[in-house]
Design a protein around this ligand. Structure first.
Ligand code: LLP
Length: 419
């Protein structure tokens, strides 16, 4: 934990709980480490903002020179509104509709197309323009089945063997393919996956197939160690192998290309934590249940992916260890942050910190049971700032009521089918 327990206690006291805390200095450190690990002169780091769209996080990464991997109109307009240059945003939607395509093209942001069907529709409407193409690398990896994006079982990308069909479309409509893209999965476990995926893309990235390439984008997926037994990946070693392979490729291709990645977890997972307060201790036969004031809608990874998140009892770090089920406050049995976890004695009103919660935690959050999302606080240079407020329950229901339409109003549209 790089933010000291005293600072966390101050945050919990001042802003209440549940509260996400992001360490902006840690994000900066991760960014520098990534740059150092991949020493390629034209390295592009396109942050996968689906991992965390908090504006302080985005601004920190923007100031470091990051671009953006956007996957929805929301991502796209949010990134533009916080000052990211359009030329440093790539838009990778899956199963997009025509209006979404038009919206992206209207902003001038480069589209990364991931199916033959979309490519054809795009080409007809926007001939002689620039595009990027997403291929399925046919490499299967990721830290959970739900987040593997390569191979036969996934819906993503154009098949490598369809490159001939791609060329027929791009040639017919004069499209300039400036980039090729792949994303193998999140939390890549096998050491060679990235190299294997790169080789697959490079095998089709010939001058003959794609004479206008400016970059190759190998997505994200850089694993961080969540559990105590996970060995951290040696990114320096991986990076030098990647750079060597890319260097060979560019000399064959005959031009120095940009080497792009889209890290999410690597940059921010370890920079975040969720502070919760314990309100109930229940001794049920041989289980001790620890009830907290947040739940799975606010941090869903343990319930959704059986993900491990380390937990610290910042109120009693030196206490004697006992075994606990750390639960939330939602009306579902699966609402657990950790099961059978050994932790220093937990008392009611203690503050727990759920660690490594910077990526895909707040961003995947919701308001199930009508509990508002936690506040978000950032720490930079030992200073504490409130970055986003927690709504009160009243504010949350006011918001919902404002959007709710009285179905008895006379302006109701007639359903033409049923009369
Ligand atoms: N690029 C593309 C096209 C992606 O689909 C993703 C993640 C990334 C980059 C970033 O991957 P990362 O570096 O963060 O592994 N909710 C899951 C992770 C889903 C990842 C979806 N795509 C989790 O909490 O583990």
């Amino acid at each position: 934990m790089e933010i000291y327990a005293q600072t966390l206690k101050t945050i919990a006291q001042k802003f209440g709980t549940p509260t996400y805390v992001y360490d902006l200095d840690r994000i900066k450190k991760q960014y520098r480490l990534f740059q150092e690990a991949f020493p390629w002169p034209k390295l592009g780091i396109f942050y996968a903002m689906k991992a965390n769209y908090n504006h302080s996080v985005l601004t920190t990464l923007k100031n470091l020179g990051a671009g953006i991997d956007a996957v929805s109109p929301g991502d796209l307009h949010m990134a533009i509104s916080w000052g990211f240059e359009k030329s440093r945003i790539i838009y990778t939607a899956n199963n997009m509709k025509d209006t979404e395509m038009d919206e992206v093209v209207g902003t001038g942001v480069l589209l990364n197309i991931d199916s033959l069907s979309r490519l054809e529709k795009y080409a007809k409407k926007y001939p002689n323009t620039r595009i990027c193409l997403r291929f399925n690398p046919d490499v299967v990896d990721g830290e959970h089945d739900k987040i593997k994006t390569g191979g036969d079982l996934t819906k993503f990308g154009i098949l490598l063997e369809d490159v001939g069909k791609v060329k027929a479309i791009t040639n017919k409509y004069g499209l300039k393919v400036v980039g090729l893209h792949e994303h193998t999965g999140s939390g890549l476990i096998k050491p060679d996956s990235i190299l294997n995926a790169m080789e697959q893309i490079m095998s089709i990235a010939t001058r003959e197939n794609f004479p206008d390439l400016a970059f190759l984008d190998f997505g994200g997926g850089f694993k961080v160690a969540y559990g105590p037994d996970e060995v951290p990946v040696n990114y320096k070693k991986m990076g030098s192998q990647v750079v060597e392979l890319f260097s060979k490729f560019t000399s064959t291709y005959g031009r120095q290309l940009e080497l792009r990645f889209e890290p999410g977890k690597y940059l921010i997972a370890q920079a975040g934590q969720l502070l919760v307060e314990v309100n109930t201790i229940k001794h049920n036969r041989n289980r001790t249940i620890c009830g907290t004031d947040s739940g799975f809608p606010q941090l869903i990874r343990p319930m959704f992916y059986d993900a491990y998140h380390a937990i610290e009892n910042i109120s009693n770090p030196a206490g004697e260890n006992f075994i606990y089920d750390i639960c939330g406050n939602i009306c579902e049995t699966g609402d657990l942050f950790a099961k059978d976890r050994s932790l220093p004695e937990i008392r009611e009103n203690d503050i727990l910190s759920i660690q490594d919660a910077g990526a895909y935690c707040y961003a995947m959050g919701g308001i199930y049971n009508l509990r508002p999302m936690p506040a978000e606080v950032v720490v930079e240079n030992k200073k504490i700032f409130l970055s986003r407020k927690r709504l009160t329950s009243q504010q949350l229901i006011d918001l919902i009521r404002r959007e709710s339409i009285d179905i008895n109003r006379p302006t109701i549209l007639k359903n033409t089918k049923t009369g």
